[in-house]
Ligand binder design. Sequence first.
Ligand code: ADP
Length: 222
Amino acid sequence: MDNVFNKQKQFVADVSHELKTPLSVILMETEMALRKQRKIDDYINTIDQIKNSALHMKNIIDTLLKLISIENTKLLEKKTCDIKEIIKKSIFLSKQQLDKRNIDLKINGETFFIEADETLITEVFLNLIDNSIKYNKESGIIDINIDASKKIVEIIDSGIGIEKEALDKIFDKFYRADPSRSKTIEGLGLGLSLVKEILELHKSKIKVESKPNIGTKVTIYF
Ligand code: ADP
């Protein structure tokens, strides 16, 4: 019980901290702008920064609401889903980022079927593919292997990898490995906790193995 309470306290502290940064930017920018008469370009610049900070806050809140609604969901809208079709749809939705970073993605293996909530499982693949693009090298590769007999899907990327000490923490809310490099790659540190919650609801498991500078392999056991 104590542990649950502490976790909740930590979560509230983390959320407050994450929202405080963009909020401070908004307050600082507006204060500066109001201090004296400015040129129109300065006002435009201020409004632009306020907009970006507000969007960042909206992103955090939207993702948190999604997480909370998933945690509270007892009823999944389950139906028979074709796993390869879900993966293909997720790839289609990630096409722009794949092209932008010139990543070569291949799917291997025959499909299998699961009883699942299609929207949520699509969310899982969207997040995992998004990570294997974001944390990949320019012109890197992604291999998605489907093993129908074992009901396993692997997502292997040739990216920057994850240090051993960080591997245990990547599923924690707001955790981002290596803050210096995370600054240049966009993210909230919520994607993998969302993935884990969804898979737990489906009684499925996820395993992440990684070698820094070589790449990361994510295995989902349906
Ligand atoms: P986000 O990508 O928004 O930071 P996630 O919860 O999806 O948040 O991932 C948490 C952290 O795990 C990331 O910040 C990153 O450091 C690390 N990570 C996740 N996937 C990969 C990957 N495929 N390759 C390298 N690092 C990864």
